[in-house]
Write a protein of this length. Structure first.
Ligand code: TRP
Length: 429
């Protein structure tokens, strides 16, 4: 069974709110318990400097709060690799290697950068007014986060899809120049998690200042919930669940049956005050046990620090040797080191090879060529590069069974194919 590497980062620039919990923390903690996945979660504090520069206390406080939140919500640091980006010095190092293969034009097209330029232009300012090089380079740093651990899947919000595509582009450029070092990552978009409304009914977001912090004390949680915007219908009047922020919040925490009962209460004309009381109790029922752990953790930053250091050790056990390999690949080597390039190239030329590619139809394919470049096998379409990769692995490890997705090229004998595949079986052994 192959394992899927899942990686995601959380920018440490704020205090976690209910929207973060329902949209990111809760689904991620659940997913981290699935079998056959290897999970990497990190606190993106280098990224936080881009948004929060000039406020060091805020970066530190947010890092503490977010780490405590993930742990309090059940993330098991023994089972996953949970670390702080800035504890991995290999990440900025990789950022530079990637910077040098990344077209500037690619970065010019990043949505976040373009939005700043458009805003400046509309205001009659210089296009790059107030834009730091950090903002411009954001996608490269993010690519380094992902590529360092050869993640297959990156769970992110829709606004981050372009960044994952850029990471793929940058990885392809590097692979093309220096050999197949990086896995091409894919965005994993969770479609059935709710987007929570905030106090004013708009999407709960820091930028609207309408959030309910996840771990405020119980009495403050109650006060905030009592302040959620409702319409002016009197007690006894039936209420609409459609478009009711109160109802959506309830639904995000309650079971299906509880939600049906709550909808019935709306139809029966429950008073808003009473509905808010029910929402408060339901939220607090889920949050209270985690809040107790959170409060304890926040009082003991050294304990969190220790967990993060253990996470950094685990992450660096991968990052350090991988970076050494990448340094060598680009030519940053001890002077007495033997140039492996020529021998590697000669070896490559004399060996059969798998080539993976994407067609105009958007699907993924591979073919197998013999040492002279003759086509031996052609695959059918795969939905993802990962699926194609799995099929290649099967061929390499179990060369005697031809998967249905791979077809022998015309005029190629079974013997020829077996001989070519034998080469990979030996390599793996
Ligand atoms: N840019 C992401 C966000 O704002 C955070 C992030 C940084 C990230 N590095 C990452 C997410 C790597 C996934 C993978 O949400």
């Amino acid at each position: 069974m192959t394992t899927t590497r899942v990686l995601t980062g959380i920018t440490t620039s704020g205090t976690p709110h209910l929207g973060n919990y329902v949209g990111a923390v809760r689904p991620t903690v659940r997913a981290s318990r699935l079998a056959n996945t290897e999970n990497f979660y990190f606190l993106a504090d280098y990224h936080a400097l881009i948004k929060t520069s000039g406020d060091p206390a805020r970066v530190q406080r947010s890092t503490l709060e977010i780490a405590a939140t993930w742990l309090a919500c059940g993330l098991d640091p023994e089972k996953v690799t949970f670390y702080r980006q800035s504890d991995i010095p290999e990440i900025p190092e990789l950022t530079w290697l990637l910077t040098c293969v990344c077209g500037k034009g690619l970065l010019n097209r990043a949505h976040a950068y373009k939005a700043s330029v458009d805003k400046n232009t509309a205001a009659g300012d210089e296009p790059d007014h107030g834009v730091t090089a950090g903002l411009f380079m954001y996608p490269v740093l993010m690519a380094a986060d992902i590529l360092m651990f050869n993640a297959h899947q990156v769970p992110v919000g829709r606004d981050q899809i372009q960044h994952i595509e850029m990471a793929r582009d940058i990885a392809s450029s590097f692979n093309h120049l220096y050999g197949e070092h990086f896995t091409l990552p894919e965005a994993a978009i969770e479609d059935n998690v709710a987007t929570l409304p905030g106090l004013d009914g708009r999407k709960m977001s820091k930028s609207y200042d309408n959030t309910i912090p996840l771990f405020v004390p119980r009495d403050q949680l109650k006060k905030l919930i009592m302040g959620i915007l409702t319409d002016s219908r009197a007690p006894g009047e039936p209420k609409d669940t459609e478009g009711s922020a109160l109802f959506q919040l309830y639904q995000a925490f309650a079971s299906a049956e509880e939600t049906v009962r709550f909808a019935q209460a709306y139809a029966d004309g429950i008073a808003w005050g009473e509905a808010k009381q029910l929402l408060f109790e339901r939220l607090d029922q889920e949050i209270a046990p985690m809040r107790a752990v959170y409060d304890e953790l926040i009082q003991d930053p050294a304990r969190i620090e220790k967990a993060l250091q253990r996470g950094a050790d685990k992450a660096r056990a991968i990052a350090t040797p991988f970076t050494a390999r990448l340094r060598h690949a680009v030519g940053l080597r001890p002077l007495q080191a033997v140039d492996g390039d020529k021998t590697a190239k000669a070896h490559k030329a004399a060996a059969p090879s798998f080539k993976q590619y994407r067609e105009k139809d958007g699907q993924f394919y591979f073919k197998l060529l013999d040492a002279q470049g003759k086509l031996l096998l052609q695959s059918s379409a795969f939905a993802s590069p990962r699926d194609a990769g799995v099929c290649i692995k099967t061929l390499q490890t179990a060369p005697s069974t031809l998967p249905s997705e791979a077809v022998l090229a015309e005029g190629v004998s079974d013997g020829e194919l077996r001989e070519a595949l034998q080469h990979f079986a030996q390599d793996l052994g």
